[in-house]
Design a protein around this ligand. Sequence first.
Ligand SMILES: Cc1ncc(COP(=O)(O)O)c(C=O)c1O
Length: 291
Amino acid sequence: MHVYLNGEILPLEQARVSVEDRGFLFGDGVYEVTRVLPSGLFEESAHWQRLQRGIRELKLETPEGFSREMVRRISLELLEANGLTGRQATVYLQLTRGAAPRSHAFPAPGTPPTLYLSTSPFQVPWTQRKEGVSALMLPDLRWARCDLKTVNLLPNILAKQQAREAGVFEALLVRDGVITEGASTSVFVVMDGALYTHPKDHHILPGVTRDIILALARELGMTVHERPVQVAERGRFQEVFLAGTTTDVQPVVVVNGGKVGEGRPGPMTLALQRALLQRMGGGGSAVRGRS
Ligand SMILES: Cc1ncc(COP(=O)(O)O)c(C=O)c1O
């Protein structure tokens, strides 16, 4: 397996980052995960814009020549080097504030940032997508800037692990009685035939897939509300699903041990799942993960 690190594509075993890297010491950096379809990078522009926003908000420096074209070229070269061209895959990108003696404040201007990219093959778990998964509500212990995709993922990791130990797929994070999002997914709920999801604010990551789902839902004539869903409304949940770059539209059929609706994926969830698949390239065999 080959990875990209600071200007070079090299075998994973040869890629080395300083122990003084601020990503390692402080989690001082941002990341992106982009889906790769046989047709190319999916929603490249939206991922790039979110990355740019994170870089601005965290006041990160970027490597020389850093541009959308540069990231695309590296991504495609890396996919090629790893035999993933024309296949389903993901590209991971991480940018940190670079290596410097440990001190909380930013290092001297001009400290070279660390840019790392890797690729992974991806296969859609079709049975899980079709049958649905279970989820557990857990406290949202994160900070007040969840809108930034930083590599500081400790509360997300702890929630995901707790969910996995309870034998469920995802943690639905709850802050002040409201479901914000999943540990690594956006959350959608159907109540009274309308679609609800948390508004874009500092309490959730502005999911690329979330935006696509909202657009598709409106195209399909669904009523959409971007407003917080209260835990107290649980009794009205007809459908629940998760959305994300590697999660697509994933039905949730059990929450906290109790069935959602009939305990199987609902019609709005399935319609949006189909619509997303269509958007990804019409559901050809490669997209369906059978190639
Ligand atoms: C906390 C959180 N929310 C939502 C998402 C979904 O975002 P996207 O659709 O951009 O993958 C992710 C993805 O990693 C995430 O980590």
